[in-house]
Design a protein around this ligand. Structure first.
Ligand SMILES: [Fe+2]
Ligand SMILES: [Fe+2]
Length: 353
């Protein structure tokens, strides 16, 4: 097994504000920090007391992303020493409180169906069908320039190079039919025993095929707060047993809004002249997610509702959170593109950090 490559020094050097700068410093120093942990905790407590919005706050979202990164393993040996550091866990908890509160507000009021598999699946399909968020996928199919299409891949790489990992945190938190259904979906995401078919690997091939760097997280510095917020939300939901209903609803909505957009993405990259090597990731999802959405709606979310009716509101809430964040990211990107700007914090053409 290979050790994850440590982030390049510039990643560890550049924060987006006091919290993330100090977090990077703490991670860089490992256990040998000199009071920086306590200072970070003090800063986080002050930020939590301030209660301002965080979903578009670069400093907070990068900090959360780095703290979750300790659990995913991409920080390599640096993360190993700090994964269960008490102060860092406290910092995470403080920021998560702000993040979750704003997310619940953003998701709004959700319908709460009867606790039967049929009703919950139908309510999820109704919710996703009613979603009128902006369609990045349609834009890519018809109008995106090559540079914009590459921006999209860079943005998506934050999640997709680690595809499925965030929802996998939920596996040990479920039981019975719901657990079996989640594992069935995730097995497919992880290539059904074939490493080359893992969706993250297919996406890495797409990135290399267009000339982008597929190491993780090469485009972290390019990714705006809303993209990090989207990934942080999955990590938040997946890593808390009390939120297991929400992570299931999130995954269901994620799968239900994937098949058709991926057809548009495939068409868009084909329109721009890219071949099968680049479009395979998207083509694979046209097929796979048409199946996954059925399993997710009926066998995962529906079964979970029948196992524990008290989770129905959270299942719907998780779905609403997924749709709301998708809309948030979509609006961010399309507004930038319509204005003739890059949707990234700095354009890809600016070269390496
Ligand atoms: Fe996938
Ligand atoms: Fe899927």
């Amino acid at each position: 097994m290979t050790t994850p490559v440590l982030p390049a020094p510039p990643l560890l050097a550049g924060g987006r504000g006091p919290l993330s700068a100090l977090t990077l410093q703490v991670i860089g120093a490992g256990r040998r920090g000199t009071g920086a942990h306590e200072e970070l905790l003090r800063l986080a407590a002050a930020r939590a007391a301030d209660r301002g919005p965080v979903l578009e706050d670069d400093d907070v979202q990068l900090t959360l992303f780095l703290l979750y990164g300790l659990h995913y393993g991409w920080l390599g040996d640096l993360g190993d020493d700090l994964e269960w550091d008490l102060e860092l866990l406290q910092v995470r908890q403080l920021l998560e409180g702000l993040h979750e509160a704003e997310l619940r507000e953003l998701a709004g009021t959700v319908p709460v169906p009867e606790p039967t598999a049929r009703s919950v699946a139908q309510a999820l399909f109704d919710l996703t069908a009613a979603d009128d968020g902006p369609s990045l996928a349609r834009y890519v199919a018809r109008r995106a320039t090559t540079e914009q299409a590459l921006e999209l891949l860079a943005l998506r790489s934050i999640y997709t190079l680690r595809e499925a990992d965030a929802h996998s945190w939920a596996i040990p938190r479920l039981t019975g039919r719901a657990k079996a259904a989640l594992v069935e979906i995730q097995a497919d995401e992880y290539g059904s025993g074939h490493p080359g078919s893992m969706h993250s690997v297919l996406f890495a091939t797409t990135m290399r095929g267009v000339g982008l760097d597929d190491t993780y997280p090469a485009y972290l510095d390019h990714a705006p707060a809303v993209v990090l917020a989207s990934h942080n939300t999955m990590s938040l939901l997946g890593l808390h047993h009390r939120l297991r209903g929400a992570v299931v609803g999130h995954l269901a909505a994620f799968e239900m809004t994937s098949s058709i957009p991926n057809r548009y993405y495939r068409d868009g990259f084909a329109r721009l002249g890219y071949g099968e090597e680049v479009t395979r990731y998207f083509a694979e999802h046209v097929e796979a997610d048409a199946v996954h959405e059925q399993i997710a709606a009926h066998d995962l979310a529906g079964a979970l509702a029948e196992q524990d009716r008290s989770l129905v509101p959270d299942i719907m809430l998780g779905a609403a959170m997924s749709l709301a964040l998708d809309g948030f990211v979509g609006r961010h990107v399309l507004t930038a593109w319509e204005d003739g700007r890059s949707s990234l914090r700095r354009p890809l053409t600016a070269g390496p950090v």
